[in-house]
Design a protein around this ligand. Structure first.
Ligand code: GLN
Length: 293
């Protein structure tokens, strides 16, 4: 005979709890409510999805309280990644929290394109690389991991970003990545790089309020706001990058929707040649790579 608890109907059972979290999230219109419910339960219990579906274990009162707190925060639109405090980014575990931009799947494409340049032999065997506006450090750390012979410097003006990127370096045991605090190229004034990579703030100022609440209310404006047309940081980074690139060096950007034509124009005006463009999962030109002749 199947008892109530065996069939997963007891409120203490993991699958019962999972269904309740899902219901609470989806009632409030949270997309991907099932995936988020799984992440919340896995994070709170320390169990894997397999553990939960296979064993349907009993969940303690304390953990149920933790789950309820997490759900409450999520319902007030705090991004899930700020609640769990972490994101997977190209096999790295990246800690995040208020004050630092949450790594996006699109940004993995930028890193993969940098790695592709290396594999194609376009970069020196031991390239020195700059990650401008490193934030959580995800881009610089992922490149440093994929290219162990590289030396990667991450620069950011925000003290929070420096804190997170340093923590993420230690957590992921990446030795060939270092962070420096300062405004744009100021901390690397006398250095040149085989490659400069950047995911600068590129959202138009007037667009920010219309983004999802999770982004508009909780993510750092300093990491999003690209000024009137979203291109302020490209206008700052492109001219200065010329003095910091070796001959034949590369500048690789993540860009916003429909920004490619204007950014290509700015770069060409400053003597950079367009080397490659790459589209994201939605066929949007998301990565631009330039070369200094
Ligand atoms: N990808 C972010 C967003 O639109 C923006 C990040 C950025 O400005 N670089 O949500």
């Amino acid at each position: 005979m199947t008892t109530i608890s065996q069939s997963g109907q007891s409120p203490k059972k993991a699958l019962f709890l999972l269904r309740r979290i899902h219901r609470d999230l989806s009632c409030e219109g949270i997309e991907d409510a099932w995936a988020e419910a799984e992440l919340i339960l896995c994070h709170a219990t320390g169990l894997s999805k397999v553990d939960i579906y296979r064993d349907n274990p009993d969940i303690s009162e304390d953990i149920i309280k933790t789950v309820n707190d997490m759900v409450r925060k999520r319902l007030s639109r705090v991004p899930l990644q700020y609640i769990t405090g972490e994101v997977d980014f190209l096999k790295l575990n990246i800690k995040v929290g208020p004050g630092v931009l949450i790594p996006r799947p699109e940004t993995e494409i930028l890193v993969q394109e940098v790695y592709r340049l290396f594999k194609e032999g376009c970069l020196p065997p031991c390239p020195v690389i700059l990650d401008m506006g490193t934030g959580s450090g995800c881009i610089g750390l992922a490149i440093a991991r994929l290219i162990p012979s590289s030396h990667v410097i991450g620069v950011d003006i925000s003290p929070r970003a420096i804190k997170y990127s340093s923590e993420n370096k230690a957590l992921n045991k990446i030795k060939n990545f270092h962070v420096l605090r300062g405004n744009l190229f100021e901390p690397v004034r006398d250095k040149t790089f085989a490659l400069i990579v950047s995911n600068p703030p590129y959202v138009r100022t007037d667009e920010i309020a219309s983004l999802q609440q999770e982004i508009a209310f909780y993510e750092p404006r300093i990491a999003l706001d690209g000024g009137k047309d979203g291109l302020d940081y490209y206008r700052l980074i492109i001219p200065q990058s010329i003095d910091h690139l070796t001959k034949g060096g590369f500048l690789a950007f993540e860009i916003g929707i429909g920004q490619f034509e204007e950014i290509i124009r700015i770069a060409q005006r400053h003597g950079l040649a367009l080397f490659r463009t790459k589209e994201d999962f939605s066929s949007i030109k998301r990565v631009l790579i330039f070369r200094r002749p």
